[in-house]
Design a protein. Structure first.
Length: 81
């Protein structure tokens, strides 16, 4: 997934979701659906083809998601870049 996807399309959707009073004409449900399609759908497709997001072995991105989403110890919250 390209950085431009995060910095452009997703950022716009995130702002629309976070600040609904700035975008009264847009339904938050619609924004959430569009953001999910943009960000989660490609991950689902990748995980259907491989065990990990970027292929058949773990990568720093896989560790990043694991650490932030389900750490064994809630005090252990670091992000690997």
């Amino acid at each position: 997934m390209a950085i431009s996807t995060h910095d452009c399309a997703f950022k716009q959707l995130l702002d629309q979701y976070k600040y609904p009073n700035h975008y009264p004409e847009i339904k938050q449900e619609t924004v959430l659906q569009e953001a999910s399609e943009l960000m989660l759908k490609p991950m689902e497709v990748a995980l259907q083809q491989h065990r990990y997001l970027l292929g058949n072995g773990p990568s720093l991105i896989a560790i990043q998601f694991w650490v932030w989403s389900d750490p064994p110890d809630s005090t252990f919250r670091v992000g690997l870049l």
